[in-house]
Design a protein. Structure first.
Lengths: 433, 320
């Protein structure tokens, strides 16, 4: 085509196309929903396309398809939770959406507000067997809008060799101020670069620091969307972490999990969902611990659940429910947790002989189970206000990377959150009254 | 001027003379000509109107609305979204990032591309293999390039850190430091796209008539003067093409930024296109995303217009 047009028209065309491409805010996903014969092809979009999580997800799908129950799962794997949500958002208007998908802690609510989810009460098998706090995360207005699947909590990882080299008692990780006191020596006495690795906004920095904010008696917000991030406790947490970077040899890194695996960090806070990958790929000896406390203990839940997307036929909804119940039944909840490090989402899975034997051999996973009853749902500002996670994460970046005073950084993001919560509250009152 | 009235006979018109429509030819009747014109243009026009102009108009309209993404409630907001953008501290940084990114990427991509093309234009051993190697990065998916370069830039176990370590120099914290992150993305962009510029420049170099160089030599022109007075002017159409396409593609660069930095740290690598994505898909403020896209559109149009003006004065076609 380029050969056959003049330079001027080519350039004009290119300029137009480029500008329109940038200006147009929609891209269309291919149509993928179809039914074959008497069987049902179930379209499933998930966020696990690599590493240990990807392998476990593939196995679950293959096992399900091997059942020969007339339902064939056709999966599409995305790189992360955001990509799954973006793809569904894009497809909502055109109808190019999956029947079932993984929707993370920060995304399911957005689809609930759009009334794009199927109410799952008629479908969920043995609902009382799900871990109550994890199941309750998706309960809203008397309905159930998701079931827990790959649910996680943040957990404290530490490099045993660095602690041994510095002669630091691992018990210091129980309290932030104790850990801060020992931090510099961890770097001085070992090969690590940082005593503690903070993640950036893109690596869910707002989530990994959520527990710390609670530990300093702060909050991002309350459940009624009152923004509290720039109040005393949260600012104290921000200042404490700023001091960790400035004087305690902590640092911000692009990807804390990769850095920890490579042995450049003495400690980090990461998802239990990274346990499988760190165990498999890591070359350093490590242990896990509950999150440090300060004034009190605080640890949020996280990860993703399974939701059925509205618009599917009754047959497709039934098929999706069958797959959903398969992925989260006792046996598979146990398998998934063992393989990936995510929390087992059913009580029966934790109590199963198989899982108990696994815990006896894997004390790092045991810590996550012990911490689970102490977890609480996240503050609404991070999970229910759109982009709240990224905006709070960027405020943390300001503090940790740019050495901005916590009060200033949190004041700025508080103003943004106040503004962005308005459409959420408007939609919520339209749905829930 | 004599005109052949026989429609079956080929009757070329002298170049430079006014064209006179042959009477009784296929296009003789105005209506018929229009029908043919419409038949040829309509399919493309419908396609463009549906997928290009209509979304463009909708985007302009959306930029003047206040939208609730959940209830879809929409109301007229005038220029509020633009006011919001221009009062947003991050947006100012984004515009500045975009300008730096475009200028540096285009300058270095074209500069290095020309340098490589000049080298490849010489009769060197293994020239074909080198040409393929230079062009290969252009064909690799942006996300794969970004992933590899993220590791290369790692200040603790990356390739650059290792090389700098040999000279006892500590590596910059490329992707972790707001002062270095944009530079890291620019380096990656230039590495990926330089090969395309080199190949296009090379084609241009090979099209320059040798007698021009011989004439210049006879006039006693040095190598530098031959480059300045023959090569550069003769390459000006190619350079113009590359500048325009590079500027436009750099404006739209997304994959490298998304994979390498996600616009961070502290918004230091957020460009306008990435900002549109963030406001739309992540923050779900479609109206703000639309307003930012309008700003992007106007900027691209302005830059392209300026390039057109530059073309009239500086670009030499056909050796004239």
């Amino acid at each position: 085509m380029i050969k056959n047009v003049s330079r001027r028209s080519f350039i004009k065309g290119a300029a137009g196309a480029a500008a329109v491409g940038a200006a147009s805010s929609r891209f269309f996903a291919p149509t993928m929903i179809s039914a074959q014969g008497s069987g049902v092809e179930l379209i499933y979009w998930h966020a696990f396309n690599s590493g240990a999580n990807g392998e476990a997800q593939t196995k679950l799908i293959e096992d399900f398809n091997a059942l020969g129950n007339g339902v064939t799962v056709v999966p599409t794997g995305y790189a992360n939770y955001e990509e799954v949500a973006n793809a569904i958002l894009t497809g909502l208007d055109s109808g190019d959406v999956p029947h079932i998908a993984t929707l993370s802690d920060v995304w399911w609510f957005s689809f609930y507000l759009r009334q794009a989810l199927v109410e799952l009460s008629p479908f969920a098998e043995n609902p009382d067997d799900y871990i109550a706090s994890l199941f309750g995360d998706y309960t809203r207005n008397g309905g159930q809008w998701g079931v827990p699947f790959a649910r996680s909590t943040p957990i404290f990882y530490y490099n045993v060799e660095a602690f041994d080299a510095a002669g630091v008692d691992p018990a210091v990780v129980g309290k932030w101020s104790d850990f801060a006191g020992a931090s510099a020596s961890l770097v001085d006495a070992s090969d690590v670069t940082y005593s503690f690795g903070f993640g950036n906004a893109a690596s869910y920095g707002a989530w990994t620091m959520h527990g710390a904010v609670w530990a300093f008696d702060g909050r991002y917000s309350d459940e009624d969307f009152n923004i509290l991030i720039n109040k005393e406790g949260s600012v104290a947490a921000g200042e404490f972490m700023r001091d960790m970077v400035q004087t305690k040899k902590a640092g911000t890194v692009d990807n804390p999990t990769n850095e920890f695996i490579a042995g450049t960090l003495a400690a980090m806070i990461g998802s239990t969902g990274s346990l499988g990958t760190i165990t498999k790929d890591g070359t350093v000896e490590f242990k896990t611990a509950k999150l440090p406390e300060e004034i009190k203990f605080g640890c949020p839940t996280g990860g993703t659940g399974l939701s059925i997307i509205a618009g599917a036929t009754d047959e497709q909804q039934q098929a999706a429910a069958t797959f959903m119940n398969f992925c989260t039944n006792t046996e598979n909840a146990s398998f998934w947790s063992q393989y990936t490090g995510y929390m087992p989402v059913r009580t029966s899975a934790i109590e199963s002989e198989d899982y108990q034997a696994f815990l006896a051999e894997h004390p790092n996973n045991q810590v996550a189970i012990e911490q689970l009853p102490l977890t609480q749902p996240q503050d609404s500002a991070r999970v229910f206000i759109p982009n709240g996670d990224a905006n709070i994460g960027k405020a943390w970046e300001q503090i940790l990377v740019n050495n901005t005073p916590a009060q200033q950084a949190f004041d700025e993001v508080a103003a943004l959150l106040e503004e962005d919560k308005a459409p959420v509250i408007e939609a919520l009152s339209a749905i829930e009254g | 001027m004599a005109v052949n009235n026989n429609p079956t006979e080929w009757n070329p018109q002298p170049i430079g003379k006014e064209f006179v429509r042959p009477k009784g030819s296929f296009g003789g009747i105005l209506g018929k000509e229009w029908v043919l014109f419409l038949l040829l243009v309509l399919p493309n026009f419908i396609f463009l109107a549906t997928f290009t102009y209509w979304p463009l108009i909708r985007n302009f309209v959306l930029s003047t609305q206040k939208v609730n993404p959940y209830t879809k409630a929409q109301s007229y907001a005038g220029l509020d979204n633009f006011r919001w953008l221009f009062n947003d501290r991050v947006f100012k940084q984004v515009v500045s990032n975009t300008a730096i990114f475009i200028v540096c990427c285009v300058f270095f991509t074209l500069g290095l591309g020309l340098l490589v093309a000049l080298l490849l234009n010489e009769k060197l051993k293994g020239r074909t293999a080198v040409r393929a190697m230079v062009f290969a990065p252009y064909l690799i998916a942006g996300s794969a390039v970004a992933l590899v370069w993220s590791y290369i830039f790692n200040p603790r176990f990356g390739l650059f850190a290792m090389i700098l370590g040999w000279f006892d120099i500590s590596s910059p914290r490329w992707l972790e430091d707001p002062n270095w992150a944009l530079a890291a993305v620019i380096i990656t962009y230039v590495w990926k796209n330089m090969g395309f510029a080199a190949v296009v420049f090379l084609a241009g170099l090979q099209g320059i008539p040798k007698d021009l160089y011989e004439a210049a030599k006879l006039d006693g022109a040095s190598a530098w003067w031959r480059f300045r007075s023959v090569t550069l002017p003769m390459l000006s159409p190619i350079s113009f093409f590359l500048v325009v396409t590079s500027v436009l593609s750099t404006f739209q660069a997304f994959d490298l930024i998304d994979v390498m930095t996600s616009g961070g740290p502290v918004n230091s690598t957020t460009t306008l296109v990435y900002y549109v994505y963030e406001q739309g898909w992540m923050a779900q403020r479609w109206e703000r995303a639309a307003a930012a896209a309008v700003v992007l559109f106007i900027l691209m149009l302005t830059v392209t217009g300026m390039q057109m003006l530059w073309e009239r004065r500086q670009v030499h076609y056909d050796g004239n």
